[in-house]
Design a protein around this ligand. Structure first.
Ligand code: PBG
Length: 323
């Protein structure tokens, strides 16, 4: 059957018809909100490149998390910014570290109403801004794994439901899984940043989390944007090492990778719509060049359509208001 018998427009005539045949749905439960908490500030500090977002105090973090939960956003991804940094990033695994205190504050505030995800990396904690221990100007992969083990255990002890290693060190999931199991945290899950690309879209985040590298870049560990087969190898390796959820990051430039991940593995697949993806839409909308709300919903729907069960997004709050 073809035109004139076939007329696809018949099913697009009214909103009721369109909604009847809509293939992809988007709800607050699909979204997770990244939040920043900074040590040593008295008031929340606005992040200029990410309108609507702040570096939080513990108090303002609690308030924000409660409001998000009331809107139906049940998953929160926490980034800590310590007052003091050093070459090793020791604040990353301190019991009194800002991230650990934030995790317990959220547990205390909201109990099991929310899923608390702790980002697990060293770049916000090291004075050089790299994601691990340096050996000269290179990252020492295996020495870094030892630190990731300690960070994971400290975050689990603080009450994180999931730890989310984002440093792209080889073997990081296996190392963290073993450490958690050895220390009695077999129930703490791992959300692996499995295919994380060396992307220009992290720009605003580096202002937000104060974790820009002082020299060099992250191309020796984050993935080459040209590669997708390699992403599948990373994803399969992380699943084999014990990842409970795998993530692709950024989202919109890598929809093909999200789709291939969804088809290749049977664990939940997450996608991270990163700071630059958010900032681009905000900036264009501010100039009146696009409809920001429509663009937000379109991109989130596209990310869901590509196969992501969960989307980490700075639009979580705004989207939940509409959904
Ligand atoms: C590193 C980390 C980064 C992001 C999340 N975790 C930055 C980087 O790799 O340089 C970026 C997130 C975003 O841009 O929203 N711990």
């Amino acid at each position: 059957m073809t035109f004139p018998e076939q007329r696809p427009r018949r099913l697009r005539r009214t909103e009721a018809l369109r909604s009847l045949v809509r293939e992809t749905d988007l709800a607050a439960r699909h979204l997770a909100a990244p939040l920043f908490v900074k040590e040593g500030i008295a008031e929340p500090v606005p992040i200029s490149s990410m309108p609507g977002h702040h570096q939080h105090t513990l108090e303002s973090l609690r308030k924000e998390a409660r409001e998000l939960a009331e809107k139906g956003i049940r998953a929160l991804l926490l980034f800590g910014i310590p007052a003091r940094k050093d070459p090793e990033g020791v604040q990353a695994w301190s019991e009194e570290g800002v991230a650990q205190r934030a995790v317990s504050a959220l547990r205390e505030e909201l109990g099991d109403e929310v899923v608390v995800i702790a980002d697990l990396c060293l770049c916000e904690y090291t004075d050089h801004g790299h994601c691990g221990i340096l050996d000269g100007e290179d990252l020492d992969n295996d020495a870094t794994l030892q630190r990731y083990r300690r960070i994971a255990v400290s975050q689990a002890a603080a009450g994180a439901d999931l730890v989310a290693p984002s440093g792209m060190m080889d073997g990081q999931v296996a190392a963290i899984r073993a450490a958690l199991d050895e220390e009695g945290f077999a129930g703490t899950a791992i959300l692996a940043y499995a295919a994380k690309y060396a992307s220009s879209f992290y720009g605003p985040f580096r202002e937000a989390a104060e974790g820009a590298p002082r020299f060099g870049d992250r191309r020796s560990h984050q993935m080459d944007p040209a590669n997708a087969d390699e992403a599948l190898r990373e994803i399969r390796a992380d699943v084999a090492e014990g990842a409970d959820i795998v993530m692709v990051k950024p989202a919109l430039p890598y929809l093909d990778v999200i789709r291939r991940a969804r088809d290749a593995v049977d664990v939940p697949v997450a996608a991270y719509q990163v700071s630059g993806e958010y900032a681009m839409i905000k900036a264009a909308a501010e100039r009146g060049w696009i409809d920001g709300t429509a663009a937000m919903l379109e991109t989130l729907t596209a990310i869901r359509r590509s196969g992501a069960g969960l989307i980490l997004t700075y639009f979580a709050r705004e989207a939940a208001d509409l959904l």
